[in-house]
Design a protein around this ligand. Structure first.
Ligand SMILES: [Zn+2]
Length: 109
């Protein structure tokens, strides 16, 4: 049986808006985009408020490629959405406690 479920909480207004999975608030700020390279190579690239960062020593999290999006809620919560591509499928996970979450919003004027 295939069922469609939602791991990504949204509030429907004129357009769907991402909601905090902790409190349901809709004042959500993106703070980090993280991606590990495919395969067994170590390393992680991050896009954060301070710029594009590379840590070549970060160990990969399993096989395939993993993309983490980290968010901050104006009520003080942090959470992440994880897309992990492996063997032809992209797993979607919600991370309620991201490691080392930044609190500065990625922002361009
Ligand atoms: Zn919240």
């Amino acid at each position: 049986m295939n069922r469609l479920i939602s791991l990504i909480p949204v509030v429907l207004d004129q357009e769907p808006m991402l909601a905090c999975p902790h409190c349901g608030g809709i004042n959500i700020h993106p703070t980090s985009v993280r991606c590990n390279p495919a395969g067994d190579l170590p390393g992680q690239v991050r896009i954060e408020e301070s710029g594009v960062l590379w840590n070549g020593n970060t160990e990969p999290d399993g096989r395939g490629v993993r993309i983490d999006l980290v968010f901050w809620c104006e009520r003080g919560h942090t959470f992440g959405l994880v897309f992990h591509f492996l063997k032809g499928n992209t797993l979607v996970k919600r991370n309620m406690n991201p490691i080392d979450p930044p609190t500065e919003t990625i922002w361009r004027n």
